[in-house]
Design a protein. Sequence first.
Length: 356
Amino acid sequence: MGQINPPPIPVPPPVPAKTVAQRMIDAAICAYAIVDQTYRPVSFFNDPVGWGNAPAVYTAGPDRIDAGLVGQTPDGWVIVSLRGTLSTFDSIRSLIAFFRDWLQDDETKQVPFSPAPGSDFGMVHKGFHAAITELWNGIGPDLAGRKWSELQGLCITGHSKGAGMSFLCAALAQACLPSAANGGPKSIQVHAFAAPLAGNQDFVDAYSRAGLETNTMRYQREDDLVPFLPAYDSFDILKEWHRGSSWELDFVLELLELTYGGYALAGSLAYYPDHQSGQPWPQPLTGDPGQQAAQTAILEAILRGAKGKIEDAHSAINSYWPSVFGQALPPGAAPPLTAAVSASLALHAQVLAAGD
């Protein structure tokens, strides 16, 4: 058996977060540093979030596959960061594994969602519903015990699967916590990076009626496939997919054709085009122009068989962080940062294999 508690991997000094989005992508990546029931912070991502004290860790599901952090910042925000899939998305194989997970137990099949007794929030992703329902057993009481009258509000974030769960977590918080007038959060914000879709149009309508839509942002990178899935009615990518560009992408399509559709988009879009060398970092496109640009780009990438771009685009560290910060990672930073997060994921599996 190897060393269960290895020393941390040295990483470069952090880059200060100047916007909420920058702070939230750092927080989303922090959740990947959960090992078993312990948080092993990577300072480059941890420090700019501004956790006052070490965030609490909550885990659930088989092998604690579902996990999240809850922490409070000195400037009065409670942050919930939900961990994404246990993968660094550094190859097309990891994307294939991601979608294979969806096929197990028909996870993309939609199930009814009732954040509070008697409430009807439409139909949602079965896998995300099961994950957040279990996690809420720990996260919910934690949030209920906060002194919201003394705080700014609640921010919920996540990358990939964690982003998909963030919409459901917001609905639970809105339904289960007191209103602002009765001492609850003054604001509930969602910052979802690389988010798969969470529910159908009835869910999105209920989400909007609850007042959550206006404070929900979806951040999406050019050529990231995951935000188009499960298939949604206004743009069913499975019907637009060009076959024959590469066997790997054809195999991904074969897997996806076994999943369920009928989903709808929630929140507002911030779409980040690729950065061109020597040019200023592009500002995000929003609304219909952003959605159209995202759709055009992913279909062109599939047509070209650009599996390398598609697999790289989903990375929280190497794709989303630079776009949201509007700058490249510091020189030489990508390998140690990726290694530090990967080490946490590997250590998580090692601890579980060793037994509790």
